[in-house]
Design a protein around this ligand. Structure first.
Ligand SMILES: *[C@@H]1O[C@H](CO)[C@@H](O)[C@H](O)[C@H]1NC(C)=O
Ligand SMILES: *[C@@H]1O[C@H](CO)[C@@H](O)[C@H](O)[C@H]1NC(C)=O
Ligand SMILES: *[C@@H]1O[C@H](CO)[C@@H](O)[C@H](O)[C@H]1NC(C)=O
Ligand SMILES: *[C@@H]1O[C@H](CO)[C@@H](O)[C@H](O)[C@H]1NC(C)=O
Ligand SMILES: *[C@@H]1O[C@H](CO)[C@@H](O)[C@H](O)[C@H]1NC(C)=O
Ligand SMILES: *[C@@H]1O[C@H](CO)[C@@H](O)[C@H](O)[C@H]1NC(C)=O
Ligand SMILES: *[C@@H]1O[C@H](CO)[C@@H](O)[C@H](O)[C@H]1NC(C)=O
Ligand SMILES: CC(=O)N[C@H]1CO[C@H](CO)[C@@H](O)[C@@H]1O
Length: 502
C-alpha cells in the first residue's frame, strides 16, 4: 500500500515538476500505425554444402542441400501467425493485394519461407477459400534472378572498393590477431575435414554444416567436440563482422547494407508523404542480409540471425501528425520482439531524425562509390596503409612472433593513391614508430570520426580528410609504452607538398 501511495505521489510530483498532467497524455491509440517493413531470414534448412570427409553427404537430406526443411516451414508459418496477431488491427483479415508486397531472393528456401509465412499470415476467410478442404490461398512473391539481385543478396557486388576494404580489413590488428590465434585450430579443422584452403572467412561453412547435422539428430564426428563447435561458432560470428564491420564499418555500410536501407528509407518517406504504397512490405532473405542491414543501422547484436528471425520497421503517425519509426527484432519465437534503438535516437524515432542519422551510411551513387580511387600509376603508398602498418608493428612487439610489419611491400597497397599522398620514398625513410606517433598531432586536425572497436578498448582509429588527402590513422595505445621519445620528422607525412604538374 505504502509503495503504491508513494508511486502516486511521485507521479503528482513529476506533474508539478514538468507542468504537465501525465494522466492527460494522449492515449497510445492516438498514434496510428501507417506502414510496416519486414526483413526476415528463411527457416531451418539443410546444409548448403559439405566437406570432403563428411560421412553425411547430400543424399542424407530429403531435398538435398540448401533446402527449407519441415521445421523451417513450421517456423515461418508460426512467424506468419505471430505477425497476424501483431497486425490484426492494421491489416485486413482477408488478403488484399494492395495491402501487401513480398519480395524474396531467388532461392528455393527464401521463396518457400515466404510462402509458409504468408500461409500463417493470410489464412483464407470463408469468402476467399477456393477449396473448402484447403485452408490456404496463393499470394504472389516477387523476385529477381540471383545474378541481378542488387537489393537482398549480400555481399553486393561487383564492388571493387568493397573488395579493397576487405583487403584492408585483413590487415587490421584485430584480423591479424584472430588469424594468428586460430592458425593451429584452422589446420586441425582442415585436416579433419579434408578442406584444403580453410581460412577465417571460409570456416563458417564447416560450422554451418555441423550445426545443421546436429540439429537434425546426426551424430557428429569425435573431432567436432562441444569446445570445437563453440570455437567454430565464434569464428562464424567473426566472419560476419569481417564482412560488414571491424574496419570502416560506415563505408562498408554505404556499399552494402546502406543500399537496402536506402530503399527502406525512400519507402518510409514516400509513405509519410503520399501513402501510396502497400501497408506491408516484406523482404524474404538471408542472415547476411540481416547482418548487412543491422550493421548499417549499427544495431547488430553480434550473433548470427537465427532462422526465421525478423527485423521490423514500423512507421507511426503521431497525434501531432508527425511520423516516427520504431524498430524491433523478433529473434526468439517465445518472446516479444526486442525493441532496437538506433544510436542517437529514442525508440520512437522521429522520421526526420531517423533519416538524418542514417544518411551517412546511404550511398549517393553506389556504382561511383564502388570504383577505386583512380590516380596516376605510381609508386606512392597510401599513408593510410602505412600508418596501419605502423600500428601493427608496435602493439605486437610484446607478443614475439606474432606480426611483422610487411605492409610497405604489399602490392595491394600501391593500388590506390589519393591525390597528394606522400611519396613512398619519404615514407620508407620514416620509421613506423614515427608515423605512429603522429596521433596526438592529428587529434587537433578536423577528422570525420573516432571510433572505438568493440572488444578492443584501446584501439582507436582516426580518420581525417585534409586537402582531399585521405589519411587513416590508427593506433593501439598502450599506456605501458611511452610516446614521447619517438616523436620526430613526421611533418612530411602530415602535410604533403601539393602535387605540381610537371
Ligand atoms: C476488409 O476487407 C473487406 C472486403 O474484403 C471490407 O469490406 C472491409 O471493410 C475491410 N476492413 C477493413 C478494416 O479495412
Ligand atoms: C473435399 O474433400 C472431400 C472429401 O475428401 C471431397 O469429397 C470433395 O470433393 C473435396 N472438395 C473439393 C472441392 O476438392
Ligand atoms: C585484394 O587483394 C588481392 C590479393 O592480394 C588482390 O588480388 C586484389 O586485386 C585486391 N583487390 C583490391 C580491390 O585491392
Ligand atoms: C586476440 O585474439 C584472442 C583470441 O581470439 C583474444 O582473446 C584477444 O583478446 C585478442 N587480442 C587482441 C589484442 O585483439
Ligand atoms: C590428420 O587427420 C588424420 C585423420 O583424418 C589423423 O590421423 C592425423 O593425425 C591428423 N594430422 C594432424 C596433423 O592433425
Ligand atoms: C535477440 O536479440 C537481442 C537484441 O539484439 C539479443 O539481446 C538476444 O541475445 C538475441 N537472442 C538470440 C537468441 O539471438
Ligand atoms: C513535427 O515535426 C517538425 C519538423 O518536421 C517539428 O518542427 C515539430 O516540432 C514537430 N512537432 C511535434 C509536435 O513534435
Ligand atoms: C520509392 C521506392 O523506393 N519505392 C520502393 C518501395 O519498395 C518496393 C518493394 O521493394 C519497391 O519496388 C519500390 O521501388
Amino acid at each position: 500500500m505504502a509503495g503504491r501511495r508513494f508511486g502516486w505521489s511521485r507521479v503528482a510530483l513529476l506533474q508539478l515538476f514538468l507542468g504537465v498532467n501525465l494522466m492527460m497524455m494522449p492515449p497510445t491509440e492516438a498514434r496510428r500505425l501507417r506502414f510496416v517493413t519486414l526483413l526476415y531470414r528463411h527457416g531451418d534448412r539443410s546444409p548448403v554444402k559439405t566437406y570432403p570427409k563428411d560421412p553425411y553427404q547430400e543424399d542424407e537430406w530429403p531435398q538435398g542441400f540448401g533446402q527449407l526443411t519441415k521445421e523451417g516451414m513450421l517456423q515461418h508459418w508460426e512467424l506468419g501467425q505471430a505477425l497476424r496477431q501483431r497486425y490484426h488491427d492494421f491489416l485486413n483479415t482477408s488478403y488484399h493485394r494492395q495491402e501487401v508486397y513480398v519480395r524474396s531472393t531467388d532461392f528455393d528456401r527464401t521463396l518457400m519461407s515466404a510462402e509458409a509465412n504468408l500461409a500463417g499470415l493470410f489464412p483464407p476467410d470463408g469468402m476467399q477459400r477456393f477449396n473448402p478442404n484447403i485452408s490456404w490461398q496463393p499470394i504472389p512473391i516477387h523476385t529477381v534472378p540471383i545474378a541481378e539481385d542488387r537489393l537482398l543478396k549480400f555481399p553486393l557486388g561487383p564492388c571493387p572498393r568493397f573488395e579493397q576494404l576487405q583487403n584492408e580489413t585483413r590487415r587490421t590488428p584485430e584480423y591479424q590477431n584472430e588469424s594468428i590465434q586460430n592458425a593451429q585450430f584452422l589446420d586441425m579443422v582442415a585436416n579433419a575435414t579434408g578442406l584444403a584452403d580453410l581460412t577465417l572467412e571460409t570456416v563458417w561453412n564447416v560450422y554451418d554444416t555441423l550445426f545443421c547435422e546436429q540439429a537434425h539428430g546426426l551424430v557428429l564426428p569425435p573431432w567436432a567436440s562441444p569446445q570445437t563447435m563453440k570455437r567454430l561458432s565464434r569464428l562464424k560470428d567473426f566472419s560476419f563482422r569481417f564482412l560488414f564491420g571491424i574496419y570502416e564499418q560506415a563505408e562498408k555500410a554505404r556499399l552494402q547494407g546502406g543500399v537496402l536501407l536506402a530503399q527502406i528509407r525512400r519507402n518510409l518517406t514516400l509513405m509519410a508523404t503520399t501513402s501510396r504504397l502497400p501497408k506491408l512490405l516484406v523482404y524474404s532473405a538471408h542472415d547476411t542480409t540481416l547482418v548487412a542491414l543491422q550493421m548499417a543501422l549499427d544495431v547488430y547484436n553480434g550473433k548470427q540471425a537465427p532462422y526465421a528471425s525478423c527485423h521490423i520497421f514500423e512507421l507511426y503517425q503521431e497525434d501531432s501528425g508527425n511520423f516516427s519509426v520504431e524498430m524491433y527484432f523478433r529473434n526468439e519465437s517465445t518472446k516479444a520482439p526486442w525493441p532496437l534503438i538506433l544510436p542517437g535516437c529514442p525508440h520512437h524515432c522521429p522520421l526526420q531524425d531517423f533519416l538524418r542519422l542514417t544518411e551517412p551510411v546511404v550511398p549517393k551513387d553506389w556504382e561511383q562509390e564502388c570504383r577505386l580511387a583512380s590516380g596516376p600509376a605510381d609508386t606512392g603508398v597510401p599513408a593510410c596503409s602505412l600508418v596501419q602498418a605502423a600500428t601493427w608493428s608496435r602493439p605486437f612487439h610484446s607478443h614475439p612472433g606474432s606480426i611483422s610489419p610487411h605492409l610497405h611491400a604489399d602490392p595491394g597497397a600501391q593500388r590506390y593513391r589519393p591525390a597528394g599522398s606522400v611519396s613512398s620514398q619519404s615514407l620508407r625513410n620514416t620509421s613506423w614508430a614515427h608515423v605512429l606517433l603522429q596521433l596526438p598531432l592529428l587529434s587537433s586536425l578536423p577528422f570525420s570520426g573516432v571510433k572505438s572497436f568493440k572488444g578492443l578498448p584501446r584501439l582507436w582509429r582516426h580518420c581525417l580528410t585534409a586537402h582531399s588527402l585521405r589519411l587513416t590513422l590508427g593506433s593501439l595505445v598502450s599506456p605501458a609504452t611511452p610516446w614521447k621519445p619517438l616523436l620526430s620528422r613526421t611533418n612530411d607525412l602530415l602535410l604533403p607538398k601539393p602535387v605540381t604538374n610537371s
